[in-house]
Design a protein around this ligand. Structure first.
Ligand SMILES: Cc1ncc(COP(=O)(O)O)c(C=O)c1O
Length: 414
């Protein structure tokens, strides 16, 4: 290094940039209870080439409508010019709110545009719901297991998570008793193709749940990013069609169009939407004007009618590939869910087997998945794991599943 470059590599105040100053972070107490995402941590270490990644819940990139979005963004910029790049209303672009309202109405619940809030996708909606309705120390009812990102989002607000058991038909409404629900005001659930289990709440259970919600004076947070990704037939009508006066329904364009758009919405009773909008204003003022207008342009052209069948076909094929692989190679001591839509399969290993230890051995053989523990708000079951199948080619899914089957057969190696 010459004297000049040495001098140039100094900061203007003469400090050496390679010497990091000691940092004394003093975060707010509420951040201490927020778990790090096991998935993100795992993806960070699992970047080596050749790894069969059945871990991250990424949607299939082949389903992203790149050309249609390019045209839609261009059309909006051509037609609207700077207005497409201007600040916009917190509640969302009026046209998109109206489209969502009409879409919800067509699915069985009369809805007006002012019962819709456009968000930076469903993850932001979860955070806003936490801000609005979660009191520190108060019980918050969740499925067992549940979506890791929801545990993270709600944890900031300090609830006492209370887990309600699920089975292959989804959440068990009978387990939602007055004593379990005591002092709770919210139940968070994913009725369709749940993350992480892939299970769907049956129609009779939706009916039963709506009655229990009324009896116990609970509100439901119905998180539904996967409802459109059905394979053979649509799931039963949403919980909102049965209990609109106490349901906050959260939907997303992440899986039907693309997650990078960061676009989703909340539908619910007007007072709830008004409160969430007030909190959203403090968070980010509004969701991207350009993204909202471009997506509205696509939606109004009827694009989803041709696009969704293609997307469903991709997911159905991927799911068939992983279920076939599990059938072909897993020993009879292993059980798994058989999703009717979405992008996850939930696997139960023999009782004494620990999925965390299995992961260590699987990574040595270039296979990754997420151990089930991460998805339990309380009382984790260590013999469970989630397989995400959307982004792995079928031949790799077969290799990945056969490797796991091999490791399961060779038993726990402590
Ligand atoms: C159940 C559930 N809710 C919400 C999200 C957040 O997705 P997004 O913010 O992209 O809509 C995900 C992401 O995978 C999810 O699985």
């Amino acid at each position: 290094m010459t004297g000049d470059t040495a001098r140039m590599s100094r900061l203007p105040d003469g400090r050496d940039p390679s010497v990091q100053p000691a940092v004394r972070l003093r975060p707010a107490t509420r951040t201490a209870s927020v778990p790090s995402s096991a998935i993100r941590d795992l993806l960070r270490v699992a970047q080596r080439p050749g790894l069969i990644l059945m871990s991250g819940g990424l949607p299939a990139p082949s389903s992203f409508p790149v050309d249609a979005l390019r045209d839609a963004f261009a059309a909006v910029l051509d037609a609207d010019g700077p207005a497409a790049l201007q600040y916009s209303m917190t509640e969302g672009e009026p046209g998109l709110r109206s489209w969502v309202a009409a879409h919800e109405a067509a699915r069985g619940t009369p809805t007006s545009a002012d019962e819709v809030l456009i968000t930076a996708s469903s993850q932001q909606a979860l955070d806003l719901v936490g801000k609005a309705f979660v009191e520190p120390g108060e019980p918050l009812l969740v499925e067992s297991p549940t979506y890791l990102g929801a545990i993270q989002a709600f944890s900031v607000y300090g609830p006492e998570f209370r887990a309600i058991p699920t089975d292959p038909d989804g959440l068990d409404p009978e387990a939602l008793t007055a004593s379990t629900a005591q002092n709770a005001r919210l139940m968070y659930l994913m009725p369709n193709f749940q993350n992480p289990t892939g299970r769907t709440l049956s129609a009779p259970r939706r009916e039963a749940l709506s009655r229990v919600l009324r009896r116990l004076d609970l509100w439901a947070v119905e998180d539904d990013p996967y409802g459109d990704l059905w394979y053979d037939e649509p799931p039963p009508p949403s919980l909102r069609t049965l209990a609109a006066e106490r349901t906050i329904r959260i939907c997303s364009f992440s899986k039907v169009l693309a997650p990078g758009l960061r676009l989703g919405y909340v539908v619910g009773p007007r007072p709830a939407i008004d409160l969430l909008a007030r909190l959203k204003q403090a968070t980010d003022l509004h969701t991207s004007t350009l993204a909202q207008r471009a997506v509205l342009h696509l939606l109004e052209s009827g694009f989803l009618d041709q696009h969704l069948p293609r997307v469903r076909d991709i997911y159905a094929r991927q799911c068939a590939a992983i279920l076939g692989a599990l059938e072909a190679s897993m020993p009879s001591t292993v059980r798994w869910s058989r999703p009717a839509g979405g992008m996850f399969v939930w696997v139960e290993l023999p009782e004494r087997m620990d999925a965390g230890r299995l992961l260590v051995r699987a990574l040595e053989r270039n296979v990754a998945f997420v151990p089930g523990n991460a998805f339990y708000a309380s009382s984790p079951r260590s013999n469970t794991l989630r397989l995400a199948f959307a982004t792995v080619p079928p031949d790799k899914l077969r290799v990945g599943v056969a490797t796991l089957a091999d490791l399961v057969r060779s038993g726990p190696q402590d």
